[in-house]
Write a protein of this length. Structure first.
Length: 216
């Protein structure tokens, strides 16, 4: 089901993924990013870290799960099963200040059992479950989607050769059909000169590891 908040003007988005950044997990967060309008998480981050971000910035926050996400056991004995204050965007769409967001969680399945891992066929069926919302967006707003939030990259774009870090082939026809302006992902850690932004047709694909700011 789509969530909608209307508005006009520029939208500044903070995107995070995969690695806790000490300077963000501190009072510097408000000093550096107190002007952001929206935060998105591409997965594989502690829920307590995400809760700190939402409580500090106090803006709408949306996330998808990464393949390493799991319940977090706190020192007080509590268990976090989800990040409080964040909206799960998996297979959903949401609208904030005119920006249409959608999400697809998880990585390619590289071992049996764990949640948030899928075969490419399973991801295609998950994409199909989004189609009614995407068609509704098209009828109401003239476009399907502006930003797709994923954990995994697409196949052959920002992915790796090993099984665990191979991207989803099904993301390529998704971008060709629904034409999001951005696909934001994590999963692939960047420590050198690796490419983090690539254009595919009309979509800018950005690896946000460990964080990026996108001006809309």
């Amino acid at each position: 089901m789509a969530q909608e908040q209307s508005g006009a003007g520029a939208v500044k988005i903070l995107a995070v993924a995969d690695e806790v950044v000490n300077s963000l997990y501190s009072p510097q967060l408000a000093e550096r990013f107190g002007d952001v309008d929206l935060v998105v998480s591409c997965g594989d981050l502690p829920y307590s870290y995400l809760e700190f971000i939402v409580s500090t910035l106090n803006v709408p926050c949306f996330y998808v799960h990464g393949n390493h996400d799991c319940d977090e056991h706190l020192s007080c004995g509590d268990i976090l099963g989800e990040p409080g204050g964040w909206a799960n965007l998996d297979r959903r769409t949401a609208i904030y200040r005119g920006v249409i967001l959608g999400g697809l969680q998880g990585s390619i399945r590289y071992r049996p059992g764990p949640p948030y891992q899928y075969s490419d066929f399973e991801m295609r069926t998950r994409i199909w479950s989004m189609v009614p919302n995407l068609l509704t967006n098209r009828m109401r707003h003239g476009r399907y989607l502006d930003i797709l939030i994923t954990h995994s990259p697409p196949f052959s774009i920002h992915d790796a050769q090993d099984r665990a870090h191979r991207g989803f082939l099904s993301f390529l026809p998704f971008m060709a059909r629904f034409r999001p302006r951005y696909l934001l992902h994590g999963h692939q850690h960047l420590y050198g000169r690796e490419e983090y932004q690539t254009r595919f047709l009309t979509t800018e694909i950005i690896n946000v590891f460990p964080y990026r700011v996108i001006e809309w």
